[in-house]
Design a protein around this ligand. Structure first.
Ligand code: IFM
Length: 480
């Protein structure tokens, strides 16, 4: 059967969907969003830590100074992971905290306190037989490196390669799947076009493209560094995949915007990793300064062992005649679909399409190697102020349960259509610091009562535990 045909559902599948044996069920996190800043590393902060000193930059004026206090509470939180029956967990290593460094000088060791903390947590995961996905760059740079130009400077990939090497030496036995860079396009867009994240620059597309080139170099050198220490390591990167659709399907300009957004946001990075060459789509490649960024990147070709897909929603896109120079158009907000509290449409068919169509070409290496797929993020946000105290509010999160089940159905259909998906990581285990949105935008299966740091499992946590433990999505028989 060709993967684009929707597979038929048989009698048994009317009652339950059984996932392949050994399918990995888990949750994803990132360090800055959960850890809080422990005293030990206070003198080596990230660009994000400094950025959030100005509370006006964050929608609800919170910061990640405390976040979920995961640094202090991670051993207790292992119990949550066990209770939920998770068999996979995604962390990110705190680059600024782990690695001392300064311009022109490469550190030769990692910070002992930070290493001790990660070792302790990873040993706990191993005891629970949980597979570990570890990200090396999840949006936060050492502050000094960010001030030095971040991914626009050659120093950044150089430092990143050393970081990857040191981390691979230290944690080689503790990590099962390596992710070099998380969502490079989201980083480039928010940092250089939208200006909502550090370095806070607006409408500078050229710098955004340069930062993508820098992150590609970073991925290539980090992958090489990890493999030089651990030749059998499984290495990849994540992309935040979004199906783009025209607001008006009869409007050719809307179609053009969709083509451009899809080519850049979804395909630019994976295509470059596959072929080893950065190539911009028409008409961007007609712009001299953009053209100069194109070409071969050393050690990039086929530097990927599995595909890591983050999926949340689709984006309806439109060309704005009032701003004709903006060939990327804009996001249109009219929708008949249910949205989460951040205005993101619930669109599970998009996950199916991303798996069977958009990402299909990258499920094979240039050399023909088959690459399995892992869903490394998928989740639903509801918004509740950070300072809400105890009480049972938001524990009956039926919308999140629906979102989860609908996306797992879509995922199952993709597997049935022949896509080799081997795991699903829900974003996220705990409510956490959602970047420019702050603490109020909550993705957690488990609610954080921020004033007390109490953890409270939501209905979605119980639902996910049931699915993870049984490896099945069961449908309730209709009443009567
Ligand atoms: O919280 C983020 C995460 O850091 C990266 N992927 C998307 C999530 C939800 O916005």
């Amino acid at each position: 059967m060709s993967p684009t045909q929707t597979p038929k559902i048989n009698e048994e599948e009317n009652h339950k969907l059984s996932f392949p044996q050994g399918f990995l069920w888990g949750c994803a996190t990132s360090h800055f969003q959960i850890e809080g800043f422990p005293d030990e590393i206070q003198n080596r902060l990230s660009d994000w830590a400094n950025w959030t000193n100005d509370k006006s930059r964050i929608a609800d004026q919170t910061s990640a100074d405390e976040a979920c206090q995961f640094y202090q509470r991670h051993l207790d939180d292992l119990a949550l992971i066990e209770e939920l029956g998770l068999k996979a967990f995604r962390i990110s290593f705190n680059w600024p905290a782990l690695m001392m460094g300064q311009k022109g000088q490469l550190a030769d060791r990692l910070d002992e306190n930070a290493v001790r903390y990660y070792k302790q947590f990873l040993a706990g995961l191993k005891r629970l037989d949980v597979k570990v996905f570890a990200t090396l760059f999840h949006f936060t740079l050492p502050d000094w490196l960010s001030k030095d130009g971040g991914w626009l400077s050659d120093e950044c990939p150089r430092q990143f390669a050393r970081f990857a090497e040191l981390v691979a030496r230290e944690f080689g036995n503790d990590v099962d799947f390596w992710l070099t860079i998380n969502e490079p396009l989201a980083y480039a867009y928010q940092g250089y076009v939208n200006g909502a994240w550090p370095p806070g620059i607006k409408n500078d597309y050229l710098s955004a493209f340069k930062s993508i080139q820098g992150q590609l170099k970073g991925h290539a050198v980090a992958c090489k560094a990890i493999k030089s220490v651990l030749p059998e390591a499984k290495v990849s990167y994540t992309i935040h995949w979004r199906p783009f659709e025209p607001k008006n399907r009869f409007n050719p300009f809307d179609h053009f915007v969709v083509y451009l957004r899809n080519s850049v946001f979804n395909h630019l990075f994976p295509a470059a990793v596959r072929t080893g060459r950065l190539q911009f789509p028409f008409p961007l490649n007609l712009i001299g300064e953009v053209k100069k960024l194109e070409g071969k990147i050393d050690d990039l070709s086929d530097s990927c062992d599995f595909l890591a897909i983050n999926y949340y929603t689709r984006e309806i896109s439109t060309y704005n005649l009032a701003a004709p120079a903006n060939i990327f158009g804009e996001r249109a907000l009219n929708t008949s679909l249910t949205c989460n509290d951040m205005g993101w449409e619930v669109f599970p068919d998009g996950l199916y399409d991303v798996l069977v169509k958009e990402s299909a070409v990258y499920q094979r290496g240039l050399d023909g190697r088959h690459l399995p797929v892992y869903i490394t993020e998928n989740g639903y946000a509801s918004t509740h102020a950070a300072d809400l105290g105890p009480g049972d509010w938001s524990l009956n999160d039926n919308q999140r349960v629906d979102y989860l089940r609908l996306h797992l159905e879509a995922l199952y259909r993709a597997i049935k259509a022949g896509i080799d998906v081997r795991g699903y990581l829900y974003w996220s285990l705990l409510d956490n610091f959602e970047w420019a949105e702050g603490l109020a935008a909550r993705f957690g299966l488990v609610r954080i009562v921020y004033p007390t740091q109490e953890r409270k499992a939501r209905a979605s946590a119980h639902e996910f535990a049931k699915i993870a433990r049984s490896n099945e999505l069961v449908f309730e028989a209709p009443d009567g």
